[in-house]
Design a protein around this ligand. Structure first.
Ligand code: HEM
Ligand SMILES: *[C@@H]1O[C@H](CO)[C@@H](O)[C@H](O)[C@H]1NC(C)=O
Ligand SMILES: *[C@@H]1O[C@H](CO)[C@@H](O)[C@H](O)[C@H]1NC(C)=O
Ligand SMILES: *[C@@H]1O[C@H](CO)[C@@H](O)[C@H](O)[C@H]1NC(C)=O
Length: 330
């Protein structure tokens, strides 16, 4: 086979794969449960609202859980599986995810409420419940509402080993962030929009202590950090801080889903290198500047990006099932 024939063969193959994967996506649809469990959205929303009243951590905990679920083996609730004697699950990867327990609890409680309705029992996947709960926490925090595509099945495997290399690190630069998101079918713009989730929630001090104590031999403090903010971070996170201490990631409006995250980046108040680099790198700065001044543009980009995130690695057919207990394989 000549080189050009080989090229055409590969092109045909990749087009076939592309069409195939698109047809998998096509099975997700907003009204998937219309005839199966028509009230599912209200049931999940009710549980989320009640849990948010009990603890605010429900909001960032659930949002981050969805992201981690989708980036490791697709949006299939594999992150909810608990470890057993013969299997160390995703959530216990030693490269610790430090996922807040309230995210898991939200899904378990919503599943129980859905299954309490006889016609819905064992008909709604944990993966779809997590996708719905994620939309609901975003709305509860003042973020945009959006239609959630449904029809995911729950995955059949969850291993700690499968997490390695799949999640972004807070030390990543723009190219590392862009390439990891690209592996999940997400563009750089999607990545910048999804990073806006750091408008909510907490970080442990060790995730950014390098930036305030030992950045480089010449600059112990990262020069891209706002000087006033760096001092505040040093006060909240002294060198010998209790490792359980976590601080707000958005120092300005920590409990609101808004575009202040991007305004913070303009002022050198991005907590992680992976946040601040979105402003310091010339290639992404125009989008940060746009969304810092235009909330509607950010909200619309976030909805596009989180909808695409929800399509990553979706399981259908024999690749999944509907788990009876979200934390245990059937
Ligand atoms: C762009 C690359 C990203 C990196 C490097 C990153 C890294 C981190 C780190 C290190 C933490 C702190 C964890 C801790 O100390 O407990 C965190 C928290 C969080 N992340 Fe990200 N993340 C990224 C993208 C995302 C995305 C795409 C979402 C969701 C759409 C997200 C949602 C969250 C939330 C809500 C929290 C707060 C969790 C809580 O308060 O329990 N992150 N992230
Ligand atoms: C774990 O071990 C038990 C008992 O040996 C077995 O029944 C089960 O199928 C195993 N589970 C997995 C995931 O290998
Ligand atoms: C990692 O997560 C597990 C399970 O959530 C927890 O028991 C363990 O203490 C965590 N380890 C570290 C080093 O944070
Ligand atoms: C740093 O933060 C202070 C206080 O919040 C703010 O007034 C200042 O403009 C910021 N500096 C820069 C360079 O953005």
């Amino acid at each position: 086979m000549g080189q050009s024939n080989l090229f055409i063969a590969l092109l045909t193959l990749s087009c076939t794969l592309f069409l195939f994967s698109n047809s998998v996506f096509a099975q997700l649809k907003p009204n998937y449960y219309a005839n199966i469990c028509p009230n599912v959205e209200n049931i999940v929303r009710g549980v989320v609202q009640q849990k948010v009243r009990q603890t605010f951590v429900t909001i960032p905990g659930t949002l981050r859980l969805f992201f981690h679920d989708c980036f490791v083996q697709g949006c299939d609730a594999s992150v909810i599986i608990a470890s057993t004697a013969n299997n160390t699950a995703e959530k216990d990867n030693p490269d610790n995810l430090s996922l807040a327990g309230d995210g898991f609890d939200t899904v378990i409680k919503a599943k129980a409420a859905v299954d309490a309705v006889p016609s819905c029992q064992n008909k709604v996947s944990c993966a779809d419940i997590l996708a719905l709960a994620t939309r609901d926490v975003v709305v509860q925090a003042g973020g945009p509402s959006y239609t959630v595509e449904l029809g995911r099945l729950d995955g059949l495997s969850s291993t700690a080993a499968s997490v390695n290399g799949k999640l972004p690190q807070p030390t990543f630069n723009l190219d590392q962030l862009t390439s990891l998101f690209a592996k999940n079918g997400l563009t750089r713009t999607d990545m910048i929009a999804l990073s806006g989730a750091h408008t909510l929630g907490f970080s442990h001090c060790n995730k950014f202590s390098n930036r305030i104590y030992n950045f480089s031999p010449k600059n112990p403090v990262d020069p891209t950090l706002n000087k006033t903010y760096a001092i505040q971070l040093q006060q909240m996170c002294p060198k010998d801080v209790d490792p359980r201490i976590a601080i707000n990631m958005d120092p300005t409006t920590p409990n609101t889903f808004d575009n202040v995250y991007y305004q913070n980046l303009q002022q050198g108040k991005g907590l992680f290198t992976s946040d601040e680099v979105l402003f310091t790198d010339r290639r992404s700065r125009p989008i940060v500047n746009l969304w810092a001044s235009n909330s509607a543009a950010f909200r619309s980009a976030f909805v596009t990006a989180i909808t695409k995130l929800g399509r990553v690695g979706v399981k259908t057919g024999s690749n999944g099932n509907i788990r009876r207990n979200c934390a245990v394989f059937n």
